[in-house]
Design a protein around this ligand. Structure first.
Ligand code: NAP
Length: 309
């Protein structure tokens, strides 16, 4: 089978750190082009174009694109590609609104292109075994603690603080992508507080109380003001003991002991994307984005001191 010719659109941090090595390491894909407005963001071995319009007008031909731009500009790019039958990989979050993601899914169904709403944290090494272990347990309570230093992880990313950029939910949605995948029952928001810096449009911290459909409480503590040790932990108390996912899902600790396997998140995502393309299917799960949208609908907003990079 010929490799899928793929273009990466949005050559920022995640494209360089993860997409390029995952594509280069997967024989199912060949890197056909890179796209972003800055001329020196290209890489050796593939042409670099300033916009998706330019790529579609001038070539080289692509079968698929990976959209690694900020979420606010993703709909127009995805819609343009899908309308031409080009398969689309959407970095997380899949869009700036839920309705636009629905519209993209309908467009993919019309044109026969595959649309993949990728949730990289679901491919972290501990997540699949945690899901399998929890499927047979009674969930008593869940604690999600996602505390990191925004100055370390998102320096100068102005878009992340703008409407549609999600603020602290940009990493927090990764925790929700894991929780919605491993917990055996759906859950929903009951109450919460968003802390929003006076000079920004998006929260820097959030405290959220969810409940699953059997009444188990799920507490989420998100904070971007963390310095020193960082936490990306999900702790599930069950009738058979504690299941802890730490380091963003990489390390799983069960009552029987801890497991840490090699990081395969982006290789796993690309393997899934290739399977979807070859089988003519899409995979668009918006459940993590729904919970974030609900936080913006349902939580109290408190203004806190201005944040400057
Ligand atoms: P970033 O470093 O700001 O990169 C975004 C890139 O997209 C920049 O090169 C930007 O160019 C380019 N861009 C903006 N508008 C464009 C357009 N219309 N056409 C083509 N390129 C365009 O952001 P990032 O950290 O890589 O994050 C991108 C997405 O990946 C976000 O949704 C984020 O949640 C997700 N993600 C990030 C990480 C991470 O660790 N950073 C991890 C997983 C997922 P300019 O610089 O010229 O604006």
């Amino acid at each position: 089978m010929d490799p899928i010719r793929i273009g990466i659109v949005g050559m920022g941090k995640i494209a360089r750190d993860q997409h390029l090595p995952a594509i280069r390491g997967d024989a199912a894909f060949s890197l056909a082009a890179t796209v972003s407005p800055v001329a020196d963001q290209g890489v050796d071995g593939a042409p670099h174009l300033p916009s998706l319009d330019a790529l579609l007008a001038q070539g080289p031909a692509v079968d698929a694109i990976a959209l690694c731009t900020p979420p606010q500009v993703r709909y127009d790019l995805a819609a343009q590609a899908l309308a031409r039958g080009i398969h689309v990989f959407l970095e997380k979050p899949p869009g700036a609104t839920l309705a636009e993601v629905d519209a993209l899914e309908a467009c993919a169904a019309r044109t026969g292109a595959s649309l993949f709403a990728a949730w990289h944290s679901r491919f972290a090494a501990g997540v699949a075994p945690a899901r399998a272990w929890l499927a047979e347990r009674q969930i008593e309570s869940v604690s999600i603690v996602w505390r990191e230093d925004v100055r370390v992880w998102h320096p100068g990313q102005a878009w992340i603080w703008e409407p549609g950029g999600l603020g602290v939910f940009d990493p927090g949605i990764n925790a929700l992508s894991i929780a919605t995948h491993i917990l055996p029952r759906p859950f929903y928001l009951r109450a919460g507080t968003l802390l929003i810096p006076a000079n920004r449009a998006a929260p820097i911290a959030a405290d959220l109380s969810f409940c699953d459909t059997a009444g188990a409480e799920i507490h989420m503590d998100l904070d971007w003001r963390q310095t020193g040790a960082q936490s990306w932990d999900i702790i599930v108390e069950t009738d058979a003991g504690t299941c802890k996912l730490s380091r963003g899902g990489a390390v799983l600790t069960l009552p029987s002991g801890a497991e840490h396997k090699e990081d395969r998140e982006y290789p796993g995502l690309y393997a899934r994307f290739a399977t979807l393309i070859h089988s003519g299917r899409s995979d668009v799960d918006t459940s993590p984005l729904k919970l974030v949208a609900d936080a913006f609908l349902r939580a109290r907003r408190d203004t806190v001191e201005p944040f400057n990079d």
